[in-house]
Design a protein around this ligand. Sequence first.
Ligand code: NAP
Length: 312
Amino acid sequence: MDDSYDLIIVGGGAAGMGAAQYGARANLKTLVLEEMAHGGQALLIDRLENYPGLLEPVDGYSWAETMRAQAESFGAQIRSASVSSIRKVGGSFAVTTDEGVLNAKAVVLATGAKHRHLGVKGEEEFGGRGVSYCATCDGPFFKGKRMVVVGGGDSACDEAMFLSKLADKVVMVHRKERFRAQKALAERVLSNPKIEVRWNSVVDEIMGTKAVEKVRLRNVVTGDTSEEATAAVFVFVGSIPQTAALPESVARDDAGSVITNERMETNLPGLFAVGDVRATPFRQVVTAVADGAVAAHCASQYIDELEGQAYR
Ligand code: NAP
């Protein structure tokens, strides 16, 4: 099996696929490593409606399939493997996978972020029995029932809108008195008759016998507690960037996101970071893809420099 590449992209979501297209099209021998299904978080999007160039919304799965096919049509290779470490050895990178060590002149980290958990009693116990982090995956199991959504960002609002088409009632629980989400999305939620919001509230416990039956809420202003009957609890309280494969010396911010400059370069020359794993003010499919394009372009210039072929 081939083990030497110009560019290895770790992660096959929107950012990784953007980098793959631009890397392959720049004539770099490009490999994408993805441990799960390519497409990343985009796979969970019910209706992708804010990606430029799409007059009609598409589902995230179809969009990801098109991205993969387009990247492959330019010559990118996509392999299923889990990456445990990325290390710089001399002038190149050793990428350790469950299928052996691969080498690359440059690496793009596009590993994204995983769902943050609430960390309350009952959350782990009822995982798969009412507690979920994916509305499109699990929402249909609770059709016609009452559902709780926790969080106040874009994810919580988007997913609450999706669940409102299935649920008898969606109760959103948010710890502040207004949403963090983009205004248009927040307004859509607030005008949806099937969604009620419990402001200034947190979930203290998820309760049930065999499956979720109710949650205990606490108002963070008054301290009052109450119980809310529900068949499911969908948790969307942000995410944790996936950086375990990186050396400690790669700079991160307080949230653990990898710090880059506008060229997507990290503080380790030849290592680029893109998409949700990167410290960025706005996480969208379009910004992830754009990060990937910038990183691949700058990786190509970096490789030219290495090989003494830089355009001057
Ligand atoms: P986010 O923007 O970080 O929002 C997380 C929400 O969870 C916040 O409202 C936060 O409350 C709340 N929260 C955090 N920890 C909590 C806890 N322990 N208990 C209760 N609530 C807690 O995360 P996100 O909504 O997943 O979005 C992530 C990124 O993806 C954002 O950049 C977002 O714009 C993007 N995104 C975009 C779209 C879209 O454009 N349609 C869809 C999904 C995601 P506070 O507000 O009090 O901090």
